[in-house]
Write a protein that binds this ligand. Structure first.
Ligand SMILES: O=C(O)CCC(=O)C(=O)O
Ligand SMILES: [Fe+2]
Length: 319
């Protein structure tokens, strides 16, 4: 079993309908798919790999070697008898790039390359959201407009890029690269390592690998797309395994709602239950999710990221 791989260039030709259908099935049944021929220049992707890896080697590796994850793993190894896993920590070095924060790298060209990359990825995110609109039968731009708090053409939605490395781990069975979770936000676009695997998704009760494909972009949907689609597109559990060999690079970009945006199931996707409709026009609307402010959701998520999502929905429902 492997994550679906979709040739994005075929959206512009005779195979458009078939490609849309493949994306629809991927969203409904997998929550993850890989795009190839997505239009992002390979030369740019090569530069992104180079400056990210260089930043880890020159600017971050020393600190990682002094990190809590390393110390905790050393402790557990010393007490081999209790055979514990290291909990509440990830074997991951990470930093975040947004439009507003200070970027922690002085590698030559890092800034220009990552700026260009982010602009390409943001554009790809918008294309993917429009495909989801179409597949869900929503007006074009519906998802993006919701993420911008109902304002057409505005740019309040959040676009962040998380640059991660998962360095080689001497005891990979004792710690997670990244603990299992579903993503909080909207659409996630992941540029993962060509060589070193480790990302897995939970599919029908089984953890399966997201196979590395050179220069592909992995797309997955977060909790907000699940709510907007009224459960048609579920956010899917995933995790990263620590590995004994290889330093896995992974660059995840998140297109998320503005913190002020109200997120709710799209009215077009709230089903009318006709079975209960036989006495006097009684129509029942079925919405499986609450309406809430994304900022409130993020407050809950920051405490409960590595737990099931249902209590998060309950918590915002009660707010
Ligand atoms: O590093 C990866 O491959 C996955 C990262 C991820 O799941 C996340 O940042 O939410
Ligand atoms: Fe994730």
């Amino acid at each position: 079993m492997a994550i679906p791989v979709i040739d994005f260039s075929k959206l512009n030709g005779e195979e458009r309908a078939n490609t849309l259908a493949q994306i629809a099935t991927s969203c409904e049944e997998w929550g993850f798919f890989q795009l190839v021929n997505h239009g992002i220049p390979v030369e740019l992707l090569e530069k992104v790999k180079r400056v990210s890896s260089e930043s880890f080697k020159k600017e971050r590796e020393d600190n990682f070697n002094k990190s809590t994850a390393i110390n905790l793993l050393n402790e557990v190894e010393k007490n081999k008898s209790n055979n514990n896993k290291v909990e509440n920590v990830d074997w991951e070095d990470v930093f975040l790039l947004t439009d507003d924060n200070e970027w922690p790298s002085n590698i030559p060209q890092f800034r220009e390359i990552m700026k260009e990359y982010r602009s390409e990825l943001k554009n790809l995110a918008k294309q993917v959201m429009e495909i989801m609109d179409e597949n869900l039968g929503l007006p074009k731009g519906y998802i993006n407009k919701s993420f911008n708090n109902g304002e057409e053409g505005s740019e309040n939605a959040f676009f962040g890029t998380k640059v991660s490395h998962y360095p080689p781990c001497p005891n990979p069975e004792m710690v997670n690269g990244l603990r299992a979770h579903t993503d909080a936000g909207g659409v996630i676009l992941l540029f993962q390592d060509d060589q070193v695997d480790g990302l897995q998704i939970l599919k029908d009760g089984e953890w399966i690998d997201v196979q590395p494909i050179q220069n592909a972009i992995v797309i997955n949907t977060g909790d907000q797309i699940e709510v907007l689609s009224n459960g048609k597109y579920k956010s899917v559990w995933h995790r990263v395994l620590a590995k004994e060999n290889g330093n896995r690079r992974s660059i995840a970009s998140f297109y998320n709602p503005s913190l002020k945006a109200t997120i709710a199931p799209a009215p077009q996707l709230i089903h009318i239950d006709n079975d209960n409709n036989n006495d006097n026009n009684k129509v029942e609307l079925i919405s499986n999710y609450p309406a809430f402010k994304f900022g409130d959701y993020m407050n809950v998520y920051s405490e409960q990221k590595f737990s099931p999502k249902e209590p998060r929905f309950q918590a915002v429902r009660a707010m």
